[in-house]
Write a protein that binds this ligand. Structure first.
Ligand code: ARG
Length: 272
């Protein structure tokens, strides 16, 4: 009886695996991408210096990275600008070949997509009106109206701090992009977003806003340091290998840091 049961179980598992492979393989391998002649990247282009619109074109660090990947594959790079919180799902189900959008590598997202090696790191920053004297650290966000970009690590972090009572009485409003949230300062008290993006928004605000690290009064962290990775569909090993190879080269050549500073300066010229 036991033998029969385990045989049935083994067959079921085999069928399950076959079924999963059959419907899970809905992504383009490197060969498919080469055959189609294009690599489709999803991003959300309101996130300088990683992706933003300049002269009607999407530019930035992530665009440079993915252009290098496309060049390595000998194909054209196609960039789609979508809502940030849809990117990992679309990459996970093969609608896009890769997600490059300053995406923080997290355990939750890693259930939906596979991540490249990390290519840069960041931390959370708070943006407030330049004359705001009562919010000077993360703890003082208690009871305040806070804006974030929907579905970002900033969103999840603030939500966590509100629900564990650290930021009792605070309210959270999600926006489509960090700059859209910042434009609502006045109606809301503060915006939380990634460091470089926060600094660019403030630099372009003509002195309207200021920014500082989202840490406690004593300077201790409220969240972990974050690392950005490029996302591909789960199991898309051939594409991930090429992306990792390109990233490792770029990192070794200091290209990522170079582009961060170049696009930081370029973004400052557009965000007036
Ligand atoms: N690093 C943050 C996250 O992964 C924010 C990324 C936002 N990126 C963007 N292109 N808007 O949640």
């Amino acid at each position: 009886m036991k033998k029969v049961l385990s045989l049935v179980l083994a067959m079921l598992m085999l069928l399950g695996t076959l079924g999963l492979t059959a419907c899970g393989a809905s992504y383009n391998t490197v060969d498919d991408i080469k055959a189609e002649g294009k690599l489709v990247m999803y991003t959300e282009a309101g996130f300088a210096p990683y992706e933003f619109v300049y002269n009607n074109e999407i530019v930035g660090v992530d665009v440079e990275i993915m252009k290098a990947v496309a060049a390595k594959l000998g194909v054209e790079l196609v960039i789609e600008d979508v809502l940030f919180d849809t990117i990992t799902t679309s990459v996970g189900n093969g609608k896009a070949d890769a997600g490059a959008a300053g995406i923080t590598i997290t355990a939750e997202r890693a259930e939906e997509v596979d991540f490249s090696v990390p290519y840069t790191s960041t931390e959370q920053y708070i943006i407030v009106a330049a004359d705001n004297a009562d919010i000077t650290n993360a703890e003082e966000l208690k009871g305040k109206k806070i804006g974030v970009q929907q579905g970002t690590t900033s969103d999840f972090m603030v939500e966590g701090l509100i629900s564990d009572g650290t930021l009792a009485g605070a309210t959270l409003t999600p926006y489509d992009a960090p700059a859209v949230a910042a434009a609502s300062i006045g109606k809301i008290d503060a915006v939380v977003t990634d460091k470089l993006t926060a600094q660019i928004i403030v630099d372009g605000s003509n002195g309207a806003y200021k920014t500082f690290p989202c840490v406690k009064a004593d300077g201790s962290a409220v969240a972990e340091v974050e690392e950005y990775g490029v996302a591909v569909a789960k199991g898309n090993e051939t594409l991930l290998a090429v992306i990792n190879e390109v990233l490792e080269d770029l990192i070794a050549q200091g290209k990522i840091a170079e582009w961060e500073s170049y696009y930081n300066d370029l973004a400052a010229t557009v965000e007036e």
